[in-house]
Design a protein around this ligand. Structure first.
Ligand code: NAG
Ligand code: NAG
Ligand code: NAG
Ligand code: NAG
Length: 779
């Protein structure tokens, strides 16, 4: 019931295609120079965390026992590494505690830019967390990347014990903010701030503050110009507090504290005096008023804006149901988040009761606000807050209003059963001719990155998802663990246990060589510049920018946009012409595969001045590779036109002339050739089976690419093999005789005319008939 319902939702919600417009395999990405992959010693890399350092043009990867520094230009060249394994006694102690060997290693889970010259790096240290500073950068020519040995310190409260424990951290003005389990047994989930002298944290064992949290993300976001008013936001899931034995649902939360919160003086000592949280909602309205909620936060991405105060928050969610996994992306605005925190506090009489808005007097200064000038400057530190305020905030950490997403709905939804799982998200803001777009990069559990834009239609209040590209960034399937985006370099850095891949965000020329191809792609990075599909730069970025650019991301209306640039489609000389030979009663494939997986393929047969659509039947089948004739008849001969339709734009890809050879004729041709000896067979040169097609690339059909050329010999060999003439060696000999090259002719001349040399010559000739053909054929 629920499954069916979700399925219906998925189809009703958006206009979406499950096919990407372009799908690129790992091999293709490598061939296109679109990607590079860093693999450490061929072993599994197990990256735990990654950090982008554009200042030093490096990306750091915290892995098992090793910290890597990779080049942002090309991740697989000039890498550096620091080995930082646990010591033997540490590993032994870990094993004594009953842990697995694989867990008893130093997994680097915290990686922060401490200052211009140093990273703060923390690892699990075989269940004994440890931190250290790492020197980075360069002095003159010397590249620096080394552990500061005398800076090693305990990592307790900064790094979890367990490599699989979820944690999040952010560093701002020398202070580390971190959400983690602070203890060996994973009982104490806390959100903390640490520097080397003080710490502030959530209350221990206060299930009202945090209840079995799973930490996902965090960011420091200023409210205004007053740095003392900066807030730290963190994103997590937790179990709802219910009465004894109640069903404890999982919720996604956004929590926040003041960055400068030092806790109270008499109460809440070293505890947050500003901790508040509320629920993040990501749901789809059902037909009968029942919403389907996506409550499990998988990943969060904070898309910064210019002044840093109003980033957009992208959450990747899944359903909490064990039976059914659906995924959704919701976008939140800071206005909405702030409004929830400025709204009423939540209140309930007892855990079994419903939450209601707290309506009594709220003490001053408002609980949750920071000690800052903006708030009147009456308090220079949280330590001066009245007890009444601290008491209130301690007993009312939950806000009544949840945060709703933009447009009150997900921007992206995946609800079909059995599809791949979505694991990570990164987002780029791209300026296009018709507005700005968010390009979503979504990592999956099978090494794929999906590049998607979502378009909101105000008139219909609906969302359109456009799946631009599906990129298989690793050779073998593995869950994507991290995606970091560098808008400056227009690159993605993608981590999985297999390695770290670097992928260029766009490759416009791939969409095709015509205006329509470019326009239909709807890629906001790309536009038609009159000659090619190339990177689009908004006006003013490059003052001497080129001609008029054609781009229509919103509608992909190629008919309108490329009007006048296209010759009448019917007469275009551009569409490729091919010649295909079928043998009567045998199968033949007319191959036609459009670049775009979203295009619909149509076939037409032109014959005797008529043109009609080929719809397919039990003998003629429309496959994703082309039109397949199971048993071709001589009446099938004609010109087949392969057209694609996409967004109302019709495009002729290919014209194929199908010639049908009569079976006996082919057989007899072969037999004739076999019966004859060398001299006889050399005569019909070139052979007279009709016009000569070029080489075939298809295993089933004879699909020459163009006019006969130097490769026709290769094609001919294949041809004979394909029509069922199985004796490869004799086919080769036969080809050799039939398709005597100039060289061969000269050779034969020598062979047969040189007196007295016949025996030797013949012997050599036999050798040649096996060796030379291969060379000439492959030449
Ligand atoms: C990829 O790079 C290599 C080496 O730099 C070059 O030879 C090759 O032509 C490039 N391929 C493409 C498709 O640009
Ligand atoms: C960064 O911090 C380290 C350790 O406190 C210190 O030695 C170094 O001088 C600092 N670098 C800068 C540029 O402040
Ligand atoms: C850390 O402590 C040392 C010594 O107590 C102090 O000199 C240094 O400034 C402190 N660093 C920070 C970032 O507070
Ligand atoms: C082609 O058809 C003929 C006649 O039906 C048959 O003998 C021959 O084996 C077929 N060849 C192939 C390659 O199917």
């Amino acid at each position: 019931m629920m499954l069916l319902y979700l399925f219906l939702l998925g189809t009703a919600h958006t206009a979406q295609s499950i096919y990407p417009r372009i799908r690129l395999s790992h091999k293709e990405l490598l061939q296109l120079n679109r990607t590079w992959v860093f693999q450490a010693h061929g072993a599994s890399l197990q990256p735990q965390t990654m950090l982008l350092d554009e200042g030093h043009e490096r990306i750091y990867v915290g892995a098992k026992n090793t910290l890597f520094s990779l080049s942002l230009d090309q991740v697989n060249t000039h890498h550096r590494e620091i080995q930082w394994a646990s010591t033997e006694p540490q590993i032994e102690e870990c094993l004594m505690k009953g842990r697995e060997k694989s867990e008893c290693a130093n997994y680097i889970k915290v990686l922060q830019q401490y200052n211009q010259t140093h990273l703060l790096v923390c690892g699990t240290g075989a269940f004994n967390p440890v931190c250290v500073l790492v020197r980075v950068g360069h002095t003159g020519q010397d590249k620096l990347f080394s552990l500061e040995k005398d800076s090693i310190m305990s990592g307790r409260g900064r790094c979890p014990y367990d490599p699989n424990s979820p944690s999040t951290s952010t560093l701002s003005r020398g202070e580390l903010y971190i959400g983690l389990y602070t203890d060996y047994w994973e009982n104490d989930g806390a959100f903390c701030r640490l520097n080397n002298q003080t710490y502030t944290r959530t209350e221990r064992d206060d299930r009202q503050q945090l209840n079995e949290p799973k930490f996902v993300g965090s960011a420091v976001i200023p409210d205004n110009e007053d740095r003392d008013d900066d807030k730290v936001y963190f994103f997590f899931t937790e179990r709802e507090m219910e009465a004894e034995g109640g069903n404890k649902a999982v919720y996604t939360r956004v929590g926040r504290v003041c960055a400068n919160d030092k806790g109270g003086q008499r109460m809440l000592v070293n505890r947050w005096s500003s901790f508040l949280k509320t629920r993040l909602i990501c749901s789809v309205a059902g037909p009968n008023g029942i919403d389907t909620h996506f409550d499990e936060l998988e990943d969060v991405f904070v898309l910064k804006n210019k002044d840093g105060k109003n980033p957009e928050i992208f959450g990747l969610f899944s359903t909490t149901s064990a039976v059914f996994k659906g995924f959704a992306v919701c976008v939140y605005h800071m206005d909405e988040i702030r409004a929830a925190f400025n709204g009423p506090f939540a209140y309930r009489e007892r855990p079994a009761h419903h939450w209601t808005p707290y309506e009594d007097r709220v003490p001053y200064p408002r609980p949750g606000s920071c000690a800052s000038k903006v708030n009147g400057g009456g308090f220079s530190s949280s330590k001066e807050f009245p007890d009444e305020v601290l008491r209130f905030v301690r007993s009312h950490p939950v806000m009544y209003r949840p945060v709703l997403p933009q447009h009150r709905r997900p921007v992206l939804l995946q609800t079909e059963q059995g599809r791949r799982k979505l694991t990570q998200i990164a987002v780029d803001r791209v300026q296009a001719q018709d507005g700005h777009y968010h390009v979503l990069y979504i990592g999956t559990d099978d090494s794929v990155v999906l590049k998607v834009i979502t378009i909101y239609n105000k008139d219909t209040d609906s969302m359109e998802e456009v799946l631009l590209e599906e990129l298989q960034v690793f050779k073998v399937p593995a869950p994507i663990r991290e995606i970091i985006i560098s808008p400056k370099r227009q690159q993605l850095y993608v981590g999985s246990e297999v390695g770290v891949a670097q992928v260029r965000l766009h490759q416009c020329d791939l969409y095709g060589s015509e205006c329509a191809d470019c326009c239909l792609a709807r890629d906001p990075y790309c536009a038609w510049d009159g000659l090619t599909c190339s990177r689009y730069y908004p006006a003013g970025v490059y003052p001497k920018s080129r001609r008029f650019r054609r781009q229509d991301v919103r509608h992909g209306n190629a008919v309108q946009l490329c009007n006048g640039l296209q010759i009448d489609d019917e007469q275009r000389p551009r569409s490729e012409e091919r010649l295909v030979y079928g043998v009567e009663s045998n199968s033949t494939l007319l191959e036609c595969v459009p670049r775009s997986l979203q295009a619909k393929v149509l076939w037409f047969l032109q014959k005797d001045g008529n043109k009609h659509e080929v719809r397919g039947d039990e003998r003629v089948i429309m496959t994703s590779h082309g039109l397949l004739f199971l048993r071709v008849r001589s009446s099938d001969a004609g010109v087949y036109v392969c057209q694609t339709a996409e967004h109302g734009f019709v495009h002729t890809l290919l014209r194929i002339s199908l010639h049908v050879l009569r079976g006996e004729r082919v057989e007899s041709a072969i037999n004739r050739a076999n019966d004859g000896d060398g001299e006889k067979a050399a005569a019909p040169c070139p052979f007279s089976l009709g016009p000569l097609p070029g080489p075939s690339s298809s295993p089933r059909a004879l699909v020459p690419s163009s006019v006969p050329g130097p490769h026709s010999r290769l094609w001919y060999k294949e041809f004979l093999q394909l029509i069922g003439y199985g004796d490869a060696q004799r086919v080769e000999e036969y080809c050799e005789r039939v398709w005597c090259s100039d060289k061969k002719r000269k050779k034969s001349k020598r062979k047969y005319t040189s007196p007295g040399g016949e025996k030797r010559g013949k012997g050599r000739g036999e050798e040649n008939s096996h060796r030379v053909p291969r060379q000439t054929l492959d030449a």
